[in-house]
Design a protein around this ligand. Structure first.
Ligand code: GAR
Length: 203
């Protein structure tokens, strides 16, 4: 059983797709963490009775800090931390505490269209303005630099008929909902092999 913590900031459609598509026998979503008090992702977590934490680097009533989360995650032996639309930079000491255990889904084909400020619709606007014909989604490990960690998997999609960034967003989100549960299931089956130079996904 893979024990994961999911970090969210918004709609939570990726959280939902993982919750709905990965077998309950293989996956335990132990907690959902957010920097936003009011977001649909948190409502979904409450509905499903998943324990919630609000996190902030600054002291704030009702919020925990990242050191608290490090302790909790170690105490409960969390195997994997999934950033599913979490739009805040995670502090370096947290990333160091969980090397090769934090993954992110990004709505473009990294290394293009990544980096600071490249999130949500900003990404799709940049892709649209560059007149790209293909876009996609990337799942990658998180290191201390934005969208820079080792790539685990990508899915491509033809966006040549999209008439707006919003249309690209919708198309890409659909493939995120396929790619992310697939990768989480591979982690649960221990079919993701990490070596120094590359990542292999076994059948
Ligand atoms: C998703 O498209 C995800 O790839 C993106 O935010 C959206 C969250 O949607 N993440 C980033 O842009 C991170 N750089 P959701 O809340 O419905 O899962």
């Amino acid at each position: 059983m893979l024990k994961i913590a999911v970090f969210v900031s918004g709609k939570g459609s990726n959280l939902k797709s993982v919750y709905n598509k990965v077998s309950k026998e293989k996956l335990n979503i132990c907690t959902v963490v957010s920097n936003k008090e009011d977001c649909s992702a948190l409502s979904f977590a409450s509905e499903k009775e998943i324990p919630i934490f609000l996190v902030s680097e600054k002291e704030k009533e009702g919020f925990v800090d990242y050191l608290f989360l490090i302790n909790e995650f170690q105490k409960f032996s969390i195997d994997l931390i999934l950033l599913a639309g979490f739009l805040k930079k995670i502090p370096d000491y947290f990333i160091e505490a969980f090397e090769n255990k934090i993954i992110n889904i990004h709505p473009a084909l990294l290394p293009k269209y990544g980096g600071k400020g490249m999130y949500g619709l900003n990404v799709h606007r940049a892709v649209f303005n560059a007149n790209e014909k293909i876009s996609g989604a990337t799942v990658h490990f998180v290191d201390k630099i934005y969208d820079n960690g080792k790539i685990i998997a990508q899915r491509k999609i033809d966006i040549s008929h999209a008439n707006s960034p919003e249309e690209i967003a919708e198309q890409v989100l659909n493939i995120e909902h396929e790619l992310l549960p697939y990768i989480i299931e591979k982690f649960a089956d221990m079919k993701i092999i990490i070596t120094d130079s590359k990542i292999k996904i076994l059948d």
